[in-house]
Design a protein around this ligand. Structure first.
Ligand code: KG4
Length: 347
């Protein structure tokens, strides 16, 4: 029933995303993206991670110019907006509050409805965004989505736009966290994932062997990998203080190779067990070129349809929030003025 949700092609919806350290606003007409503006926050780099209080302050500074710019780039006027979608959670509570309160205020002043969106569902729904004039293939329900970010590593069974079930998740670190923490001990800065990716391109993925988890079902674990990575560095640095410098690319390539093997093996098993031949990837780590190549290889080897998001939709963005919001709006869902954001929110 829900799978046939119909999105009004003329509905212009504004999306607002502020769950972590990116302030973003986007405008969609139907399922076609008219604009997607993202303001990152450089302030966290010096601290090696996102500082929640600084993030919410930066959102406060960014939100008005970002929304104005998204509306301007879309070539519409605010009076044409039919609804506003905002991220209600999960995320940093102070950051979420900025987007939530802004969405509520704007909806009151324009007298248009607001729809709350689950950030994780939004990552999945990024696969349904079309550019004007474009009709790229979309996943068919049911499909599996590997959601990999700094805070999540999940295998999601997507039965419909609003019907999603987590069938596997990390029991400790997320994949992005594993990249970031290993990068940190190598002195590569934050966020480490993109740097590891860049260096991995020049290294040998089989130079070092790291631990892989042996846990049942479709759940993930990255703490064993992280520990074996640390132990290798500790032992080798005791013998040679220049070990990291001399082997940086090989360390990154081997780390990336292991993370990808862990991610793909469980995903493949889930797809095989459930007989699903539509597989998507989403979240910040889906920008990883090794993981994207592994998806392509998986598709060719198994004859499955694979869906890899454009780079612009891998990190947090409001286009995906607007897309998920359009489906929720189509289902009749509306957010009440009394709704509050949640730092923890299941899919
Ligand atoms: O989804 P996201 O932007 O933010 C949340 O965690 O919500 O994901 C950020 C994560 C970070 O851990 C970052 O290191 C990782 O995605 N990441 C990457 C790459 N680009 C971003 N990891 C590996 N390779 C990349 N190219």
């Amino acid at each position: 029933m829900e799978k046939q949700l119909y999105i009004d092609p003329e509905l212009i919806i504004l999306g607002i995303e502020s769950s972590c350290d990116d302030t973003s606003a986007a405008v969609l007409r139907g399922n076609h993206l008219l604009s997607n503006v993202i303001a990152g926050q450089k302030v966290h780099e010096q601290y090696g991670g996102v500082v929640p209080e600084l993030a919410s302050r930066a959102h406060l500074q960014n939100i008005v110019p970002v929304v104005s710019e998204a509306v301007r780039q879309a070539g519409v006027s605010v009076s044409e907006l039919g609804a506003i979608a905002y991220t209600r959670g999960p995320g940093l509570i102070g950051s979420l509050l900025v987007g939530t309160m802004f969405a509520k205020g704007m909806s009151r002043s324009l007298d248009i409805p607001i729809v709350d969106v689950n950030h994780l569902q939004a990552h999945v729904m990024a696969h349904f965004i079309q550019l004007p004039g474009e009709q790229k293939p979309e996943p068919r329900f049911p499909f599996l989505c590997l959601l990999v970010s700094g805070g999540n590593s999940q295998i999601i069974l997507v039965r419909g736009p609003l019907e999603m079930e987590i069938i596997g998740k990390t029991i400790d670190d997320a994949a992005g966290e594993a990249f970031d923490k290993c990068a940190k001990v190598m002195g590569l800065g934050y966020p480490g994932g993109p740097v590891v990716n860049r260096l991995a391109d020049e290294g040998d993925p089989r130079a070092f062997v790291f631990a892989k988890p042996q846990i049942s079902g479709y759940d993930y674990s990255f703490s064993g990998l992280k520990t074996s990575f640390l132990y290798l560095l500790r032992d080798e640095l005791a013998k040679d203080a220049t070990f990291i410098d001399r082997h940086k690319s090989d360390l990154c390539a081997s780390l990336q190779h292991t993370v990808i093997e862990i991610l793909m093996s469980k995903l493949e098993r889930a797809a095989k067990d459930l007989g699903i031949r539509q597989v998507a990837v989403a979240g910040g780590v889906s920008a990883n070129t090794g993981l994207r190549a592994a998806f392509m290889e998986y598709g060719e080897r198994t004859g499955s349809d694979v869906f890899i998001p454009p780079f612009a939709y891998t990190t947090d963005n409001a286009a995906m929030v607007a897309m998920a919001g359009a489906y929720r709006f189509a289902s009749g869902r509306r957010s009440a003025p009394s709704d509050v954001p949640y730092s923890r929110l299941e899919i």
